[in-house]
Design a protein around this ligand. Structure first.
Ligand code: SF4
Length: 200
């Protein structure tokens, strides 16, 4: 029973949600593709530059990027080589492991990363006019969906509250043990620098 079958969609809200998510991922694909063309880079190269701009050094390694983008290390390495050739990134060898290195942006790479990091502006613009309660419902639903997909090993690394060892949910409220704070739905983080992988 395919969610892409309109007859099934009429009977199941789940199918409508799946197809809606596909349309949104299409919007991302189009916007990212436009940004890539502008800079003569591939979509994954743009994604890597944006990631390097906002994340700490310990996350800026080939193995971490492969998990982050659900790609093989070989594919990420090819993109890194291309970005290095274009002088958009630099590599710093690991003193303990000579095969490993940390990647960072050059000044030229930083400029492109900053400009490209707002490629989702058209999406944000459409959300601006939406009622904040509706946005909280959407955020809550998406966080739960991402956590379930992570648990089912469809997508890998997630640095959000619901997959964090510091997160507690009780009496219908969210709590961060690290910050010692109750979090409202709109305060839940999707990409937290303090995220601690949940112990199973
Ligand atoms: S450490 Fe960050 S991700 Fe973890 S619960 Fe606290 S705010 Fe959320």
């Amino acid at each position: 029973m395919s969610s892409f079958n309109p007859i099934i969609q009429d009977k199941k809200i789940d199918s409508k949600i799946v197809v809606s998510l596909e349309r949104i991922s299409e919007a991302f694909r189009v916007l990212l593709w436009d940004e890539s063309k502008k800079n003569s880079l591939s979509p994954i190269q743009i994604q890597i530059l944006i990631f390097l701009l906002f994340h700490s050094k310990d996350h800026c390694k080939v193995s971490y990027l492969a998990k982050e983008f659900n790609m093989t290390k070989a594919t990420i390495s090819d993109s890194i080589k291309a970005l290095h050739r274009k002088e958009l990134i630099k590599k710093e060898s690991d003193t303990k492991d000579t095969r490993s290195y940390t990647i960072s942006l050059t000044n030229k790479g930083m400029v492109i990363a900053r400009q490209s990091s707002i490629f989702t502006k058209p999406l944000e613009k459409t959300l601006e006019s939406m009622d904040s309660t509706k946005k909280e419902v959407i955020l809550d639903g998406l966080l739960n969906l991402i956590a379930s997909l992570n648990k089912a090993e469809v997508i890998t690394i997630q640095r959000m509250c619901t997959t964090c060892n510091n997160y507690l949910f009780s009496n219908n409220s969210h709590y961060c043990k690290l910050l010692e704070l109750e979090l409202k739905t709109n305060e839940l983080r999707i990409d937290c620098p303090e995220h601690a992988i949940k112990e199973l």
